[in-house]
Design a protein around this ligand. Structure first.
Ligand SMILES: [Zn+2]
Length: 165
């Protein structure tokens, strides 16, 4: 996932040990820093890959990339999928599989449409609104202007406009 701005507490890209590519995707530089790109044609509804990473139930866990996997657990994803960027018109999504024994969850990246080799993968972060929402520059026709969930986009915009934004 993309950095939420500010300093990466893990020490930046040089501190990222694990693999940056797999048969389906690779991490490359893009206009937002780093992004995940298709290496081959990824069919609609196909599983692009398993997101690996560390799980925690620490309520104070904080990070730029954390995925809420439910039941109070979050996952800090490892590369390559750590570098999935947001779009208001995503071509992929996360599928959180609870499995039989929560918190034994697995997180997959699934294609929402056919993705061509070389295309960047995007998911919808669907963040809850925060006090300092991140502007979105995804370029989608119906971009929400901020990285927030669809559900919250309109009320957030109204709030910001009322505050003179
Ligand atoms: Zn957008």
């Amino acid at each position: 996932m993309a950095k939420r701005g500010g300093v990466d507490a893990s020490g930046g890209p040089s501190a990222t040990p694990s693999k940056l590519e797999d048969p389906n995707v690779e991490v490359r530089a893009c206009r937002l820093g780093q992004g995940v790109f298709a290496r081959r044609t990824l069919r609609r509804r196909s599983t692009i890959g398993l997101v690996t990473g560390s799980f925690t139930d620490d309520p104070d866990a904080w990070g730029d990339y954390l995925i809420d996997v439910g039941d109070g657990y979050t996952m800090d994803p490892a590369p390559p999928f750590r570098f999935l960027n947001h779009s208001c018109e995503p071509n992929a999504r996360l599928l959180i599989d609870d499995g039989p024994g929560t918190p034994a969850v697995a997180v997959y990246v699934v294609a929402l449409r056919t993705i061509q080799p070389g295309e960047e993968l995007f998911i919808d972060y669907a963040w809850e609104p925060s006090e300092s929402p991140m502007p979105c520059h995804c370029g989608a026709d119906d971009c929400r202007r901020y990285i927030v969930s669809k559900r919250h986009a309109r009320s957030l915009r109204r709030q910001l406009e009322a505050a003179g934004g």
